[in-house]
Design a binder for this molecule. Structure first.
Ligand code: AMP
Ligand code: TRP
Length: 336
């Protein structure tokens, strides 16, 4: 389990639907901050396509989305000289270890997962066994690399806790093989809400896309969506529990500008919602335009993106194959 004292950071996003501001503020931006901190660490970011197929994906769309997500990681500031990026399905060790974890995980543990309850309620009869087992695959992603920290949004904390439970059970039954990871959450950024319903989180699968700012949305659409964003009763621009809509917009403003919420409240004390929304739209376009330009540049250079993903895969396979060999030995699998 040694890695020369380097802390290992692992996270991933599914290539299903469009990446949105919640993914950016809640996840990718945190990754970039961690990448730029000076301490010694190994950062690994995965495009989790095997998770995406827990609900049906058309193959042509999936193929495109995998490259889109990888290119967006780079466009948002993930630097392949400092971090590794790879595609989950290109390393078969993930599904191999996931099967082992399926066999080790009591149904009762999986039954507690709130994300499964929400997602399966939407899928009804077509809910797949894969959607139910999904956290075992996520545990495999994390545990294959001796991960110390998993930076994610709030909806994933329960899955990381389950990952620790699975690791501890394995270690108890077969000896110490897995490190128990910790979740890293930016409390203020962990739950960016829909602009149309501030009581539900901004999500790829939201039917009302007016509530979702996609990272690749055109400038005009961004401005329109912000203009249409619901607000609360009253006219004060303040962060308060009974003002979920304006509080969400303030969090977004704060995260995109790097300013404290109270300094933003102070600036808008005598101004209107319309002023605030205009400025927020402008700020968002200022932040997202360079990401979009960089994204287009990367997508035009298929060779570069391919090279980054090849290097990421080689790194991942090299590391995970050692772990899988140890697991097989510990469990008595095959003739190893
Ligand atoms: P997903 O879109 O479900 O693949 O999520 C990818 C990452 O983005 C995970 O770390 C999520 O926790 C995070 N994330 C997704 N939606 C939001 C949101 N609305 N607010 C904050 N983080 C989010
Ligand atoms: N389940 C995560 C999500 O939907 C994505 C994911 C898969 C992930 N494997 C992971 C996140 C490992 C962090 C670490 O957002």
């Amino acid at each position: 389990m040694e890695n020369k004292g380097k802390k290992i950071i692992f996270s991933g996003i599914q290539p299903s639907g469009n990446l949105h501001l919640g993914n950016y503020i809640g996840a990718i931006n945190q990754w970039v901050v961690m990448q730029e901190e000076s301490s010694e660490k190994e950062l690994i970011f995965c495009v989790v396509d095997l998770h995406a197929i827990t609900v049906y994906q058309s193959s042509a769309v999936l193929k495109e989305k995998i490259l889109e997500v990888a290119a967006l990681y780079l466009a948002c500031g993930i630097d392949p000289k400092k971090s590794k990026i790879f595609v989950q399905s290109e390393n078969p060790d993930h599904s191999y270890l996931a099967w082992i974890f399926d066999c080790l995980t009591p149904m009762g543990w999986m039954n507690r997962m709130t994300q499964f309850k929400d997602k399966s309620a939407k899928q009804k009869e077509s809910t797949s066994v894969g959607l139910f087992n999904y956290p075992a695959l996520m545990a495999a992603d994390i545990l294959l690399y001796d991960t110390d920290y998993v930076p994610v949004g709030e909806d994933q904390t329960q899955h990381v806790e389950l990952t620790c439970d699975i690791a501890a059970r394995f270690n108890r039954l077969y000896g110490e093989n897995f490190k128990l990871p910790k979740t890293i959450i930016d409390r203020k950024a962990a739950r960016i809400m829909s602009l149309q319903n501030p009581l539900t989180k901004m999500s790829k699968s939201d039917e009302n896309q007016d509530g979702v700012i996609n990272l690749l949305d055109a400038k005009d659409d961004i401005a329109k969506k912000i203009k249409k964003a619901v607000t609360d009763s009253g006219r004060e621009i303040v962060y308060e529990q009974d003002k979920p809509a304006i509080s969400n917009l303030l969090v977004i403003y704060s995260k995109l500008s790097g300013r404290e919420i109270n300094s933003i409240e102070e600036e808008y004390r005598l101004k209107s919602y319309a002023d605030f929304k205009n400025d927020l739209a402008e700020l968002m376009v200022d932040v997202l335009s360079p990401v979009q330009d960089k994204y287009r540049e990367i997508r035009q250079d298929a060779g570069y993106l391919g090279k980054v993903l090849d290097e990421g895969r080689e790194f991942a396979v090299k590391k995970s194959s050692v772990k899988v060999a140890n697991v097989r030995r510990a469990m008595g699998l095959g003739r190893i």
